[in-house]
Write a protein that binds this ligand. Structure first.
Ligand SMILES: [Zn+2]
Length: 564
């Protein structure tokens, strides 16, 4: 009996041991997608036409991305330079670009009316054969059906005339406002047309170079789009029924390779770039779907993360991504909001003092490292007159009268927390957190607050307002004189002064750093560039220079995290 018990206990122990061997502690976070969707041109930057040129590869495949973000190929071309355009009348200019505004003189037109042949090809191959029999013939894929069209005309009437003239069995046709036309770049030759309404969006995948004998990929495809080179494929969507939103479908690690060199210096030491890669990857996966209303995950600007493709990558920036591949910054089993900024100017800040939520790993830290490198923003200072401040507030839409005082408050880290402005009618305007950091920023006046790390004080040369025997009428301290040990002296802005009183000379303190600053001019002095939350990129550079590893850098700026 005893023996039996022992055996079963042993079995249980073995079973547990096996469990642990068979299932090593899995990563705290599994990536939900292999392919990330990055908006390249969208919103006010949508394009009427967008070209692709092969950098490495062999032609293109046409198709769409399914809901798993996998490319579904349906057609192909061996052309290396193609332009996707909206199916509107488009004009080829003499400088080989396309425009939807008809110029007075132009090299050619891609009209949006075609002759749709009645004959129905069975498949893509048959459609290609049929199209090749006609000058100006091309294959179209419309809502799941293969068709062949001929020619391009600027009006239905012109297409109808051509039907009669060329004795075609077909009809004048123009596709819907979601149609994308592919032409050979620099020509009006249509290669393909795709219109599946909103059910699937046209996509182009540059084809890898493949060894004809082994079938192995020898060079992964990259294509140029508007002067920048990208891995992955491209989706073209006419979201508004007019211009085209261009989205790059790219592998997560390839995406990070296109972020790191632009968000940090491409030749920075590798540990700084690895820290940047960890932040960029974690931020990207945590924020997937930031722009899902536009059909992509992240945009390519500082709003999300700067992503300019492969042009700026270096061996070291690529290696930083490869050496951290699949790794994330994690707190309590969850991906961190790995925000970062250019430089902290001496101290980072608690998240709730800049943004709104308090995250346990986004705690302010005093940064002793950053000042060992040149950030370009180690100290800055601007003088604002009360008139400047009044103008800035009014220009930003606040209904204030002349501003007469400023009351700042600071965080425990010494960064700005709030600014309260009072106007001559006693009305107050208070700005807190990131708004305190940005309210005085004025491109027009060329006076800026570059970070959250600044102080505001009364500008020295203008004196301060003092109340002398009259609580209602302040006098400027520069207009007051005291008789001191060295004779009559002006009372300046701040400091100790000896004045003669009924009981002899007494020291008085003139302070300009009281809670409410009343003056005609203020000086803002600060350091750093950015929002001060999370990692300082220049601080990471400084730490890497000093020999810290990427893990030490990450753990310095993000309190209590692990890298998994
Ligand atoms: Zn964005």
């Amino acid at each position: 009996m005893l023996k039996k018990l022992h055996r079963s206990a042993l079995l249980i122990i073995i079973a547990f041991a096996l469990l642990f061997v068979a299932h090593p502690r899995s990563s705290a976070y599994s990536v939900p997608v292999e392919t990330i969707r990055i908006g390249l041109f969208y919103g006010s930057n949508e394009l009427s036409s967008s070209n692709l040129a092969i950098r490495y590869g062999s032609g293109y495949r046409f198709g769409w991305y399914n809901s798993s973000r996998e490319f579904v190929p349906i057609a192909s071309t061996s052309e290396t330079q193609i332009t996707m355009m909206k199916d509107k009348n488009m004009y080829l200019t003499w400088s080989s670009t396309y425009t939807d505004e008809k110029p007075s003189s132009y090299a050619g037109a891609v009209g949006c009316y075609h002759i749709l042949l009645d004959r129905l090809p069975a498949d893509y191959t048959e459609a290609c054969e049929l199209a090749s029999q006609f000058s100006g013939g091309f294959v179209g894929y419309y809502n799941g059906t293969w068709r062949v069209c001929v020619g391009s005309y600027e009006s239905a009437a012109a297409a109808e005339d051509a039907i009669v003239e060329r004795d075609f069995i077909g009809s004048a046709f123009s596709a819907s406002s979601s149609c994308i036309v592919v032409v050979k770049t620099g020509t009006t030759n249509i290669l393909f047309e795709f219109d599946c309404g909103s059910s699937s969006h046209f996509a182009v995948q540059p084809a890898d170079v493949v060894d004809p004998d082994t079938g192995e990929v020898t060079t992964r495809a990259q294509a140029w789009c508007k002067g920048r080179s990208y891995y992955g494929g491209f989706q073209y969507t006419r979201l508004s029924g007019n211009d085209i939103t261009v989205v790059n479908f790219v592998g997560l690690e390839d995406y990070i390779k296109g972020v790191v060199p632009y968000e940090s210096g491409a030749t920075w030491p590798i540990e700084a770039l690895k820290a940047q890669a960890l932040c960029a990857r974690t931020y990207a996966v945590r924020n997937l779907g930031n722009h899902s209303s536009r059909g992509f995950d992240l945009c390519n600007t500082t709003d999300c993360q700067v992503y300019f493709g492969t042009n700026g990558a270096t061996d070291v920036s690529d290696r930083a991504v490869e050496e951290t591949a699949g790794k994330f910054v994690v707190y309590n089993g969850e991906l961190c909001d790995t925000v970062y900024h250019s430089s902290d100017g001496g101290a980072t800040e608690d998240s709730e003092n800049v943004f709104y939520s308090a995250l346990p790993y986004l705690r302010g830290v005093v940064d002793p490292y950053e000042s060992t490198v040149n950030t370009g923003y180690s100290s800055w200072s601007y003088t604002y007159t009360a008139d400047d401040i009044t103008w800035i507030l009014q220009n930003k839409g606040y209904n204030c009268a002349q501003i007469v005082s400023v009351t700042p408050t600071y965080t425990r880290m010494g960064n700005i927390y709030s600014l309260k402005f009072k106007d001559e009618n006693g009305k107050t305007f208070t700005f807190s957190r990131s708004s305190a950091g940005s309210i005085l920023y004025s491109s027009t006046l060329k006076k800026y607050t570059h970070s959250q790390r600044f102080t505001i004080d009364i500008a020295n040369d203008n004196g301060i307002q003092l109340y002398v025997n009259d609580a209602n009428n302040p006098v400027n301290s520069n207009e007051l004189y005291a008789i001191g040990s060295s004779g009559t002296q002006a009372i300046g802005s701040a400091g100790s002064y000896y004045v003669l009183t009924g009981s002899g000379a007494e020291e008085i303190e003139v302070r300009n750093s009281g809670p409410e600053l009343i003056a005609d001019a203020y000086v803002v002095s600060g350091s750093g560039w950015g929002h001060n939350v999370g990692m300082s990129q220049y601080g990471a550079l400084a730490m890497a220079n000093l020999g810290f590893t990427c893990e030490e850098i990450i753990k310095f700026y993000f309190t209590g995290v692990s890298i998994e």
